[in-house]
Design a protein around this ligand. Structure first.
Ligand SMILES: Cc1cc2nc3c(=O)[nH]c(=O)nc-3n(C[C@H](O)[C@H](O)[C@H](O)COP(=O)(O)OP(=O)(O)OC[C@H]3O[C@@H](n4cnc5c(N)ncnc54)[C@H](O)[C@@H]3O)c2cc1C
Ligand code: SF4
Length: 189
């Protein structure tokens, strides 16, 4: 996505200081060469808001909505998977026990994908402990749910006398790591 005027000026200023600012990769369906064909209309409420014209390549637009167009796909909302049960061998998931609307439901499938996010996938596996899997499913190592790490981010804030009227101001990035990346001669941006 091309920069707005003030952001381009900022990028140019940073470039003159020897930095290598770059355009943040964005999952938006913007075709600047063919604006009439572009699904993204470059509105003023992108970051932090749902896209009202479905032009963000997010999970809803790129995966869930297209999947729901198939007649054999059903999306259950308000359904919490309580635990998974396995066969006697412990090798296959045989039942998915779900709490939905205050009632318990069970499901079964040839293929079961656990995709509850990093923390809740681990919690579900741990809740699914059984005689065959006393420490939880897929937890022979006993590290499921342990050793989480966080992003290490830093923020630089500067106040400029030059007004910034850019609507999409957050799409410029600059990386500087301990190895000096971002400086002239470095391979990385
Ligand atoms: C604040 C924040 C900002 C982020 N920003 C970015 C970004 O800018 N770019 C980027 O690429 N990534 C970003 N990420 C990371 C990205 O959002 C995640 O990596 C990604 O969403 C993970 O997708 P997922 O499908 O594995 O899990 P999720 O998107 O977490 O989906 C898991 C789903 O499972 C459901 N669930 C959980 N437990 C159960 C249960 N027991 N039964 C039924 N359903 C359950 C949850 O309700 C949820 O809907 C960000 C994450 C956070 C938290
Ligand atoms: S919210 Fe606006 S700028 Fe963002 S993808 Fe949708 S139309 Fe484009």
């Amino acid at each position: 996505m091309s920069h707005e005027l003030r952001i381009q000026q900022l990028a140019d200023d940073l470039g003159r200081l020897g930095c290598r600012p770059f355009h943040i990769p964005l999952g938006v369906m913007l075709d600047e060469a063919n604006p009439r064909q572009s699904r993204c209309i470059r509105c003023e409420t992108c970051d932090g808001h749902p896209c009202l014209v479905s032009a963000k390549s997010d999970a809803q637009v790129a995966c869930v909505d297209p999947a729901l167009e198939h007649p054999n796909v059903t999306l259950l909302t308000g359904a919490r998977v309580e635990h998974l049960e396995t066969s006697a061998s412990g090798r296959e998931v045989t039942r998915i026990v779900v709490e939905r609307g205050g009632a318990v439901e069970t499901y079964a499938a040839d293929v079961v994908v656990v995709a509850c996010g990093a923390i809740n996938s681990a919690a579900l596996l741990l809740r699914s402990a059984s005689d065959r899997h006393p420490r939880g499913l897929a937890n022979g190592s006993d590290v499921v749910g342990r050793h989480y790490m966080g992003h290490v981010n830093s923020v630089l804030m500067a106040v400029s006398k030059c007004p910034n009227r850019a609507a999409l101001a957050g799409f410029l990035a600059h990386v500087r790591g301990p190895a000096g990346c971002g400086q002239p001669g470095d391979a990385r941006p």
